[in-house]
Every structure is written in C-alpha cells, then in structure tokens.
Design a protein around this ligand. Structure first.
Ligand SMILES: *[C@@H]1O[C@H](CO)[C@@H](O)[C@H](O)[C@H]1NC(C)=O
Ligand SMILES: *[C@@H]1O[C@H](CO)[C@@H](O)[C@H](O)[C@H]1NC(C)=O
Ligand SMILES: *[C@@H]1O[C@H](CO)[C@@H](O)[C@H](O)[C@H]1NC(C)=O
Ligand SMILES: *[C@@H]1O[C@H](CO)[C@@H](O)[C@H](O)[C@H]1NC(C)=O
Ligand SMILES: *[C@@H]1O[C@H](CO)[C@@H](O)[C@H](O)[C@H]1NC(C)=O
Ligand SMILES: *[C@@H]1O[C@H](CO)[C@@H](O)[C@H](O)[C@H]1NC(C)=O
Ligand SMILES: *[C@@H]1O[C@H](CO)[C@@H](O)[C@H](O)[C@H]1NC(C)=O
Ligand SMILES: *[C@@H]1O[C@H](CO)[C@@H](O)[C@H](O)[C@H]1NC(C)=O
Ligand SMILES: *[C@@H]1O[C@H](CO)[C@@H](O)[C@H](O)[C@H]1NC(C)=O
Ligand SMILES: *[C@@H]1O[C@H](CO)[C@@H](O)[C@H](O)[C@H]1NC(C)=O
Length: 549
C-alpha cells in the first residue's frame, strides 16, 4: 500500500519532471539506490520518458526474470544477489535519433555481521597495556560498519571504515590498547558492531558476549622474614609477605624448605597477604627457603638460605663418680655425635662451683681434680659458648660427684659448753656431718640422752655428756659440759632498774628545758604577730599552747 503510494508519488514526480524538460529523454530505475541483502532477490523497475520504445531491458550478470512491463517501463526480478560488484544497467531504445544513455543502478549488497566476538581478555596487571581484539564475521559493506568497545556501559573506542572501498564481504578485526586500572575489576566489557544502511536500508547491530574484567596489582617481590640460622631438630616460624597487592585475598602462596613443601596458614589484612609456616630440619647444613606468590598472571619468588646448625651433643663424665677424700677424679667432656655436629667456632669449659677448671676450643678434653670433703655433691658442668647471627648461644651438661668421708663435728655443730638456766626450756644440741650422714649419740654416765628435745631445765642436767658421731667411715667423739644456773636475785635486773630510773630523770630535765624554751618563744612571738587580725592571733595562741604541752 505504502509502496504503491511511493510509486505513484515517484511516477507523479517523474511525470512532472518530464513535462518540464520535454525534450530531455532519460532512463531511471526504481528503487534509485537499492540496498539488497546478499543472496536475496529484488524487483528493479526500469522506466523512461521516451514515448515510443523499440526495445528495453536490464543488463546484468545476475539471474533475472521479467516482472511485467508498461509503455514506458519494464520490471525485472533479480534472483540470488550473490555478486558484490553487481552494477545492473537499465536501457531503452527509442529510435536512432534519440540518444538514450543506459542508467547504471547504484547497487548496495550487504551482509549483516552474524558473529561478533571479543577475544578473551586476560587477567590484567594494573599499569600494563593490553590489546583488546574484536572479530566481526564476514560482512559487507565494510565502509558502513562501525565497531565499538564498551566497558561498563561507556564507550572506550569507536572505529569506522568510511575509506574502505571494497564492496565484498570480509572479516573485520578491530584492536584497541587499554591500560589496566585497579577499578576496572568486575567491569563488563563487550564489543558492538553496527551496520548502518540508512536511509535506504536499516541499521543492523550485533554485540559480543560480556566479559568481566579481572585486574591484579602485584608490584613488589615477596619478603621472607629473615631466618638465616636455626638449630637442627628445632621448629621455627617463617613468614612470607607481599604488600600492596590487589586483590590481596587471591594471592596464592607456596613455600618450600629444603625442597619440601610447607603447610601454610595465610592471613590477609588490607593489601597485605602473609603466609606462615613451621620449618625444621634434622640435617645440618645450608637449606633453601623459597616462597612463591602467584596472583593472576604474576608470579614472584623470594629465596633465602637457612643455615641449620647442630651444636655438640655434650656429655660430661666423672670417673669415678663416687669416691673418697683426697682421691683423683677425672672430669671429661665430649661430643656424643661429632659426625652430626656442624657448629660455628665455640669455646668449651669445664667448671664447678669454684669456677672454670679448664677451657678449650675443641672437644673432647678432660681435667683431673683431687677431692676434698667440700666436693661431695659438687656439680661439674661442661659448657659450650658460641655466637650465631650475633646472638650468644650456650649449651651445657652437668654431673654431680659423691665424696664419702667420716663424721665431723665442730663448735658450731656441737658446742663444747652449754649454760642453761633452771626452770627454762632448753634442748640439747649436738650434730655432726659426713657422708653418709653420721648418727650422733650423746651419753651421760653411759646413759643415752635425747638430743634436740626441749625440756624443763633442772639442776640434774648439770654435768658432762659424751657425744659421738659415726658412719661407716669412722667415728668422732666430743665432750659437752652443761652448766645449770639457779634462780638467784637477779642482779642484772636491779642494775637495769637503776639505769632506767637515771634515764627517766635525765629525760625529765630535757623536757623542762624544752618547755621553758617553748614558752619564751611564744612570749616573743605573740605581741609581734598580734597587730591586725584577731583570728590569726587566736590561732597562733592555740598552736603555741599545744606546742608547749
Ligand atoms: C514501474 O514504474 C512505472 C512508473 O515509472 C509505474 O507506472 C509502474 O507501475 C512500475 N511497475 C512496477 C511493477 O512497479
Ligand atoms: C545463490 O548463489 C549461490 C552462489 O552463486 C549458490 O550457491 C546458491 O545455490 C544460489 N541460491 C539460489 C536459491 O539460487
Ligand atoms: C550509491 O548509493 C549510496 C547509498 O546507498 C550513496 O551514498 C551514493 O552516493 C550512491 N552513488 C551514486 C553514484 O549515486
Ligand atoms: C600504554 O599505552 C599508553 C597509551 O595507550 C602509552 O602512553 C604507554 O606508554 C603504554 N605503556 C606501555 C608500558 O606500553
Ligand atoms: C553487558 O554489560 C553491560 C554493562 O554492564 C550491561 O548493561 C548489559 O546488560 C550486559 N549484557 C549482557 C548480555 O549481559
Ligand atoms: C554507507 O557508507 C557510505 C560511505 O560512508 C555512505 O555514503 C552511505 O550513505 C552509507 N549507506 C549505505 C546504505 O551505503
Ligand atoms: C600438613 O597438614 C596436613 C593436614 O593438616 C597434615 O596431614 C600434613 O602432615 C601436614 N604436612 C606437614 C609437612 O606438616
Ligand atoms: C634429629 O631428629 C632425628 C629424628 O628424630 C634424629 O634421627 C636425629 O638424630 C636428630 N638429630 C639431632 C642432631 O638431634
Ligand atoms: C663448723 O663447720 C661448719 C661446716 O663446715 C662451718 O660452716 C663452721 O664455720 C664451723 N664452725 C667453726 C666454729 O669452725
Ligand atoms: C666417749 O665415748 C667413746 C665411745 O662412744 C669412748 O671411746 C670415749 O672414751 C668416751 N670418752 C669419755 C671421756 O668418756
């Protein structure tokens, strides 16, 4: 209906034009600028203002079929327009005296882009440049194509091809370089192709699938917490840390120690990710601690050599361990596993409570001591001192000596004379020492006497006691004389009373002197201070009175 109206309008316009320029014969075609999809068909109407047509038609390499004719026109159907360069021409023959130029039809063959694809965008490192590639499948005409990259609804880049002369379909690849930003993460990116054939044709659009952008930022190498030395068979915590990373929670850690993978615990705080692991080695030597962190396409590694040291496994021997006074004892210090030891230079000492007996810078070594009573229970120590990474390290082992000796008593342990007061409570005191600890027995007139028990003193306790101490190495005896004092007038008390009376008298004298002095002072101060303020005067008065009491 609309088409018919157009045709009528067009023919009316043509008729009007023909009337205006009667003598100007022409050939025209309708549609004027046909736009046809590749492979489809179309009706082309060739017409002229010439009145007596002898012949007419359409010159084309396309398949065609007559679609009707009138006195001034001829219509054709073109099948299967599959030639990109078709340029059909309408011609009419109106006799020899009329020069009719054939009308070449401006023919546009198009093909819509069916497939628009955006090459997979890799995980992008912040600050780096990436090429976005959009592929538009075989389409035509390319000069009417525009390709745009859209990110988060905003157009990044638009490419047009007005200068493209070729009319046939071909694939189109459009690239665009973008610099990755942290904020791009999560944005949708896509590629849009538009074939704009307006006004003769339509606007065709096609878009790629959305892709979600992934960006990472991993600017600096991981840092290993410096652990350069550790002792064999001990466990140490090592830390590997990356800072300024985005997104920190996606950082993947892998740590190895001496080529063995470690169990990690990873924590993330802000833009810092940290992995922690326990390391230990049963073999001394230098081992490599390695930390590899991956974030998207970025992988960074840190390495550190850890020196696993093994200090001497110290053993101290005393031979013999149990002996008597004045005997020689050999004290030896050695390393139980010298083959496993890997230690920095050290100094070794054998010492006891009296000090260092011998020092060396290697093991084993020994020292000989002659025993005394005091050496019973003596602790001998073998000690190794070294320095690791600036820290002093010490290892030691000890052993105690046993010296057996006979009983010993002196005036401290068993006083030779004791003075007791009658009616007081006293305990008989006498002890001895030796190894093994001796038994002590005291006898008065051959009767064993209880030692150490408090008892009420009577005159009967006076006398000599024979105390003997013994162990399997011998015995010693000592005479203890007990003197009991009866309850006579306490002369000492009388003297004390006299003394205290005398001191009281002198104290009273001092007190009087102080009182006199204080009173005099008050007399002087009172008139001097009493000038204006009566309350102040009262106060002063009061304070002076209390002073002098
Ligand atoms: C072709 O065009 C003429 C006028 O130019 C018109 O009269 C005729 O109807 C047209 N034919 C067809 C099939 O559209
Ligand atoms: C259209 O032309 C193409 C290539 O020339 C051919 O392969 C196809 O079969 C034709 N289609 C029709 C309907 O004639
Ligand atoms: C051919 O047609 C296109 C639009 O389809 C137009 O832009 C162009 O100017 C035409 N060329 C000629 C020679 O008429
Ligand atoms: C990235 O591209 C921008 C412009 O797109 C350019 O200025 C810059 O030098 C490029 N950077 C690198 C590292 O290629
Ligand atoms: C693609 O992403 C844009 C922007 O986020 C959105 O507007 C659009 O709906 C998405 N298209 C599809 C097919 O998901
Ligand atoms: C296609 O592109 C050309 C060149 O930019 C333009 O002249 C023409 O109008 C466009 N449309 C069609 C249908 O060819
Ligand atoms: C690591 O952890 C797993 C499970 O917690 C445990 O079975 C495994 O023995 C651990 N490996 C090491 C080397 O500690
Ligand atoms: C370390 O431990 C292993 C296994 O428990 C043991 O065989 C080795 O002797 C130890 N090494 C040292 C120096 O203690
Ligand atoms: C008695 O021997 C002990 C232990 O050997 C000692 O501490 C004390 O000084 C000695 N006393 C006297 C008076 O020699
Ligand atoms: C004390 O007793 C011991 C034996 O217990 C004896 O050998 C010694 O002669 C006695 N001494 C005196 C003075 O009785």
């Amino acid at each position: 209906m609309l088409q018919l109206l157009c045709v009528l309008l067009a023919s009316a316009a043509a008729a009007a034009a023909a009337q205006e320029a009667q003598e100007q014969p022409f050939v025209s075609a309708w549609p004027e600028n046909p736009v046809v999809e590749f492979g489809s068909s179309l009706v082309l109407n060739c017409s002229t203002n010439c009145k007596n047509i002898r012949d007419g038609g359409l010159e084309t390499n396309l398949d065609k079929k007559d679609e009707g004719e009138g006195p001034t026109w001829k219509a054709f159907r073109l099948f299967n327009v599959s030639n990109w360069d078709s340029a059909p021409s309408c011609y009419f023959d109106c006799g020899e005296d009329v020069d009719m130029k054939p009308h070449r039809v401006n023919f546009t063959v198009y093909r819509v882009p069916e497939l628009v694809e955006l090459d997979p965008v890799p995980v992008m490192e912040v600050g780096k440049n990436y090429t976005l590639t959009c592929r538009v499948s075989s389409m035509a005409p390319i000069r009417n194509l525009s390709v745009a990259f859209l990110q988060g609804g905003k157009r990044l880049h638009l490419q047009t091809f007005e200068k493209h002369a070729a009319r046939e379909a071909s694939d189109v690849v459009v690239t665009h370089i973008v610099t990755a930003h942290q904020a791009d993460r999560g944005e949708e990116i896509s590629c849009h192709a538009a074939l704009d054939l307006r006004p003769e044709g339509q606007l065709f659009g096609q878009a790629s699938l959305n892709q979600s952008l992934e960006t990472v930022d991993f600017p600096v190498n991981p840092q290993l917490r410096p652990l350069r030395y550790m002792e064999v068979n001990t466990s140490e915590t090592v830390t590997c840390e990356v800072t300024g990373v985005f997104p920190a929670e996606e950082a993947q850690f892998e740590m190895t120690f001496a080529e063995e993978r470690l169990n990690l615990s990873v924590t993330v705080v802000g833009d810092v990710a940290r992995a922690q692991a326990q390391v230990s080695s049963s073999i001394a030597g230098s081992h490599t601690l390695k930390c590899t962190v991956s974030l998207g396409p970025v992988t960074k590694t840190a390495e550190e050599n850890v020196n696993v040291y093994c200090l001497p496994d110290l053993v101290l021997t005393l031979s013999p361990q149990e002996t008597f006074v004045n005997e020689a004892v050999e004290v030896a210090c050695y390393d139980a596993h010298p083959e496993a030891t890997q230690s920095p230079p050290f100094s070794a000492h054998i010492r006891n409570s009296r000090g260092v007996l011998e020092s060396r810078d290697s093991l084993p070594f020994r020292v000989s001591v002659t025993t005394t009573e005091e050496d019973d229970g003596q602790e001998f120590t073998c000690q190794v001192d070294t320095e690791i990474d600036g820290r002093p390290i010490r290892r030691k082992t000890s052993s105690s000596l046993t010296v057996f000796y006979g009983p010993q008593m002196n005036d401290s342990s068993c006083p030779g004379a004791l003075t007791w007061k009658a009616d007081s409570k006293e305990a008989f005191r006498c002890s001895a020492w030796g190894n093994p600890p001796p038994t002590v027995e005291c006898r008065k007139h051959d009767v064993p006497y209880a030692i150490g028990m408090p008892q009420l003193v009577t005159k009967d306790h006076q006398g000599s006691y024979n105390c003997s101490a013994s162990n399997w190495l011998g015995s010693v005896a000592k005479l203890v004389v007990v003197n009991v004092e009866s309850d006579e007038p306490p002369t000492l008390l009388i003297i004390l009373v006299i003394l205290s009376l005398a001191s009281l008298a002198s104290a009273a004298g001092v007190g009087y002197y102080m009182y006199y002095k204080g009173h005099k002072c008050g007399k002087y101060r009172l008139p001097r201070k009493a000038k204006g303020n009566p309350s102040e005067e009262k106060h002063l008065n009061g304070s002076i009175q209390t002073d002098s009491v």
